[in-house]
Design a protein around this ligand. Structure first.
Ligand code: DGY
Length: 321
C-alpha cells in the first residue's frame, strides 16, 4: 500500500503530480482544513501533511496523527505549527526558506514605491473622474533616493530588500536580534540600531521582515508609530500581529504617520475596519510570495522534504526545524 499524503488545498499541478508519482495523495478544497477539528478528524490516515499557513497544526492535531512522519509547511513562516509538540511526537517539520526571498523582496520594494509615490490614491482619483489635467501640486510623493530605510529583521528577506534599496540610493539602518558580521553590514552599507525605537526615529520608511514570536508580537506599537512620525511609511510583509493594527489605524486617521502598506493582518482574513477606511494605506491579500516561479518552488521544496522522509532518505539531509 502506498503511503498517504494530505495536501490541504490545491497548489500548483506539477507539485501534486510529483507527489502522486510516489504516494497516494488527497488534495483538500480551499478552507477545508482551517479548523483544528477537521485536521484531527482526518489526520490519522496520513503519513505526511503539506499544510498552508491557515491550517492550525496544534499539539492535538499532531497527537492525532498516529502515522504522521512529517509536516512540510507551504511557507517559510511556521507560526501555524506547534514545532515543540511535533518534536515530542518525533514528527519532522519542514518549511521553505530561500525560495521566496526574491519574490518577497521585490514585492516589498513595489509596496514602498507605491506608497511613497501615492500610486493607489492617484489611481482612485483618476477612476473617480477627478483628473482635470496636469497640476503642479497634485500627488506630491517622496523619492527613495537619499531617504532612510529602517529594516526590522535582517535575515534572508531583510537582506534582499536592503540590496535592492541600496540600488535606489537609500540609506540603510536595521534592527535585528543580533548584529550582523561587519562584512555583511558593509555589503549593504547598513548600520545597526540596538533598539526599534531608535530605528523608528531615524527611518523614513520602516519595513518588517521578522518572524512572529512572543517577542515580536506588537513590536510596532503606539509608541513606535509615534516615533516614526507624520512623514514616515510603515510596510509589513512579515506577519500581521507584529503590528498593533488598532494603533496603526488610529495613527493613519490622525495623520501622525504618513502612510502604510500591509500585506498581512492580525486576524487574517479579517482586516481591521478602520484600516479599510484609512488614508494612504495600501492593503494587499498576503501575496508577497505570489509569483508563479516562487509558488512552484515552495511546493517543490515541501514535496521533496516529504519524499525524503517517507522514503527513508538520510534525515540529516532534509531541513528540519
Ligand atoms: C510565508 O511563506 O511565510 C509567506 O508568508 C507566505 O508565502
Amino acid at each position: 500500500m502506498p503511503k498517504k499524503v494530505l495536501v490541504t488545498e490545491p497548489i500548483v499541478d506539477s507539485v501534486i503530480n510529483k507527489l502522486k508519482a510516489h504516494f497516494s495523495v488527497d488534495v483538500g478544497q480551499r478552507g477545508d482544513y482551517n479548523s483544528e477539528e477537521a485536521l484531527i478528524r482526518d489526520i490519522p490516515q496520513y503519513h505526511a501533511i503539506l499544510p498552508m499557513l491557515s491550517n492550525p497544526i496544534t499539539s492535538e492535531v499532531l497527537k492525532a496523527g498516529e502515522r504522521l512522519q512529517i509536516v512540510a509547511n507551504h511557507a517559510v513562516g511556521y507560526n501555524n505549527i506547534d514545532v515543540d509538540a511535533a518534536h515530542k511526537e518525533n514528527i519532522y517539520v519542514a518549511n521553505t526558506p530561500d525560495v521566496l526571498t526574491d519574490s518577497c523582496a521585490e514585492f516589498t520594494i513595489g509596496l514602498i514605491l507605491a506608497v511613497s509615490r501615492r500610486l493607489f490614491e492617484a489611481q482612485r482619483y483618476l477612476l473617480d473622474g477627478k483628473f482635470d489635467g496636469w497640476e503642479p501640486l497634485g500627488f506630491l510623493g517622496k523619492e527613495l533616493q537619499r531617504s532612510t530605510l529602517g529594516i526590522v529583521g535582517m535575515g534572508r528577506i531583510g537582506q534582499a530588500v536592503a540590496q535592492r534599496a541600496k540600488a535606489f540610493g537609500m540609506d540603510i539602518i536595521y534592527h535585528n536580534r543580533s548584529r550582523l558580521a561587519p562584512e555583511t553590514e558593509n555589503t549593504f552599507d547598513a548600520s545597526y540600531r540596538a533598539d526599534i525605537e531608535r530605528l523608528a526615529e531615524e527611518a523614513d520608511i520602516l519595513t518588517l521582515h521578522c518572524p512572529l514570536t512572543d517577542e515580536t508580537k506588537h513590536l510596532v506599537d503606539k509608541e513606535v508609530l509615534s516615533l516614526l512620525g507624520e512623514k514616515a511609511i510603515l510596510v509589513n510583509t512579515s506577519r500581521g500581529p507584529v503590528v498593533d493594527e488598532k494603533a496603526l489605524a488610529e495613527a493613519l486617521h490622525d495623520g501622525t504617520i504618513g502612510g502604510a502598506a500591509l500585506d498581512v493582518f492580525e486576524e487574517e482574513p479579517n482586516v481591521h475596519p478602520r484600516l479599510l477606511a484609512a488614508p494612504n494605506c495600501l492593503l494587499t491579500p498576503h501575496i508577497a510570495s505570489a509569483s508563479q516561479e516562487t509558488r512552484e518552488a515552495i511546493g517543490m521544496l515541501a514535496a521533496e522534504a516529504i519524499i525524503g522522509i517517507l522514503e527513508g532518505q538520510d534525515p540529516n539531509k532534509i531541513p528540519n526545524l
